[in-house]
Write a new protein. Structure first.
Length: 328
């Protein structure tokens, strides 16, 4: 057995683990089960002082896209789901109550930022079934003077382009779309269930045509796989062509939960790289020293060459990852 799926102890389940265990199954596909889960609060305060947003909203627990590098897998451990693969196979949709959400928004002060999708993708396949992100946006369309952000790697976000345009009339709105490579085959390996890169670029175009600002994130940059000048420049150029205003890319980090999935993936698909990865990530989850410096220089040069901005200043993913444990 690759991963230990047994509960850590025989103590009765409590809190979110108890809620998860009692959640009714809504539907089961061959590989994925969908549950509905109660939530005490939809709008969470971000505790990290360096965070670029104050409030976070995550409509779903777990994410079917199953990116090999995903750093959010740990979140299922809170529900006593210890196999990292459960993260992409047991998806929990939070029960949405518009009136409660509206009253929760009273704690958000004018000008404070509310970011949707800081832990899991708000436009993952479950959204087509449950439409919770859409319902959240419909409530946000009744608000004013908020800074609203969304992070996704799904073209489904384009479904809401006109609604985002409406929200933008009285608020600030920005979307971060992740595109790590234009190589569809490589993307399929690394982000197996996520929409193809060309579909994501079409979504960038639909959003920018609707007047919504978009940053394309090349995160995570995987050493020796997506860190070439050619790859990064191709993504940046395509992002610009589709109307994005910013391009940003940072090196892969591997927390223990993501390492448990990513390393076997590298060993199987890129065996020639496994010793390099072991050396790079043996000591630290984050790369230090010359590599991240060189990557930053490379991205800066590309961004400048193509007249883009380096990053949307409201989102710095490597800082976000430090305090994500508090987001649930
Ligand atoms: S889309 Fe984001 S949350 Fe979903 S699996 Fe990929 S990295 Fe994780």
């Amino acid at each position: 057995m690759l991963f230990d799926t047994s509960p850590s102890c025989d103590a009765p389940l409590a809190g979110i683990a108890k809620l998860a265990a009692e959640s009714p199954v809504i539907e089961a596909k061959q590989r994925v089960e969908y549950f509905q889960i109660e939530t005490r609060s939809f709008v969470g305060r971000c505790s990290g002082t360096r965070m670029p947003f104050v409030w976070t909203v995550n409509p779903y627990r777990g994410c079917e896209f199953g990116c090999k590098y995903c750093y959010a897998r740990y979140a299922h451990e809170f529900m006593e789901l210890r196999d990292p693969l459960q993260f992409e196979r047991k998806i929990y949709a939070k029960r949405f109550q518009p009136d409660l959400f509206r009253s929760e928004l009273r704690k958000v002060k004018n000008g404070e930022s509310v970011w949707i999708g800081t832990a899991t993708d708000p436009y993952q396949p479950a959204e087509r079934r449950h439409g919770i992100t859409r319902q959240i946006l419909e409530v946000l369309a009744t608000q004013r003077d908020l800074k609203i952000g969304i992070t996704s790697k799904s073209d489904l976000v384009a479904r809401d382009a006109q609604l985002l345009r409406t929200i933008r009339e009285r608020n600030m709105v920005h979307v971060n779309l992740t595109i790590t490579t234009l190589d569809a085959q490589l993307a399929r390996l690394v982000e197996p269930m996520a929409p193809r890169p060309d579909l994501r670029l079409k979504a960038v175009r639909a959003l920018t045509d609707a007047g919504v600002g978009v940053t394309v994130l090349g995160n995570p940059v995987m050493p020796f796989i997506t860190d070439s000048e050619q790859n990064l420049e191709a993504v940046c150029m395509a992002a610009k062509e589709a109307g994005a205003m910013c391009f940003s890319a940072h090196a892969l980090f591997l927390k223990p939960c993501s390492k448990a999935v990513f390393m076997p993936f590298i060993e199987k698909l890129f065996p020639q790289l496994i010793w390099k990865y072991r050396a790079l990530y043996q000591e630290n989850a984050y790369l230090r020293g010359r590599y991240p410096e060189m990557l930053a220089e490379r991205v800066d040069a590309i961004v400048q060459r193509h007249g883009m901005s380096r990053r949307d200043p409201s989102y710095i993913p490597e800082q976000f990852a430090e305090s994500q444990l508090s987001l649930w």
